[in-house]
Design a protein around this ligand. Structure first.
Ligand code: 5GP
Length: 190
């Protein structure tokens, strides 16, 4: 999506550890108009899929998912980060290795909010190694629902997570796909 790529080139900052900082429009201050256009693009791509719910992960996925949800006219459920090790009978739980912090944390979704009738669109801001998406996929599997598609804002394709998730048979649509990124050459898209 050219609009998002241009914005990354204009305002994205490359940090150490292969981190792209997009705090001025996506992750801290939010450009709602841009998110609206991203939501419209995912709607166009997944219009045939009969999406009943959008699933994301707190915190940075929530804004993107909510604005996308307006285009699909469906609710958003976000997986909550959980410190408790209780395996609550009313929760689905998955472990996720954090890309930015290097730690492992659990995410939970209440059994009330996903069900086998659901056709889920998973949405997240970044795709790097794929761990966040794999955690959300595990939660959908536990809930018996269909993952009808995955929408990612920015995929760092050279980190392999997208290949891993696509190899499992899921359709992943990334609106900006980074082929390479370094301080010397900047961000290069596929
Ligand atoms: P993965 O689980 O695919 O390795 O990483 C995805 C998660 O890590 C996303 O939910 C996002 O929060 C975070 N992340 C990964 N790479 C980046 C990055 O380059 N910039 C930012 N801001 N977050 C990232």
């Amino acid at each position: 999506m050219k609009l998002l790529e241009d914005r990354i080139l204009k305002d994205g900052k490359i940090l150490e550890g292969n981190v792209l900082k997009v705090d001025s429009f996506l992750n801290h201050q939010i450009d709602v108009g841009l998110l609206g256009k991203m939501g419209a693009e995912w709607k166009r791509l997944f219009v045939e899929e009969g999406i009943t719910k959008i699933l994301t992960i707190e915190a940075s996925g929530i804004g993107i998912a909510c604005i996308a949800a307006e285009h699909f006219n469906v609710p958003v459920v976000f997986a909550k980060k959980s410190k408790s090790t209780n395996i609550g009978a009313d929760l689905y739980r998955a472990s996720v290795e954090s890309y930015t912090h290097g730690t492992v944390y659990d995410v939970v979704v209440s059994k009330k909010y996903i069900s086998p009738e659901d056709r889920i669109l998973i949405i997240d801001d970044f795709l790097a190694n794929g761990n966040a998406l794999l955690g959300l996929i595990d939660i959908c599997k536990a809930g018996g629902c269909v993952v009808a598609g995955i929408g990612v804002a920015i995929e760092k394709a050279y980190q392999g997570g997208g290949d891993k998730v696509r190899a499992l048979g899921y359709r992943v649509e990334s609106l900006a796909k980074i082929k390479e990124m370094n301080e010397k050459d900047g961000v290069i898209f596929e």
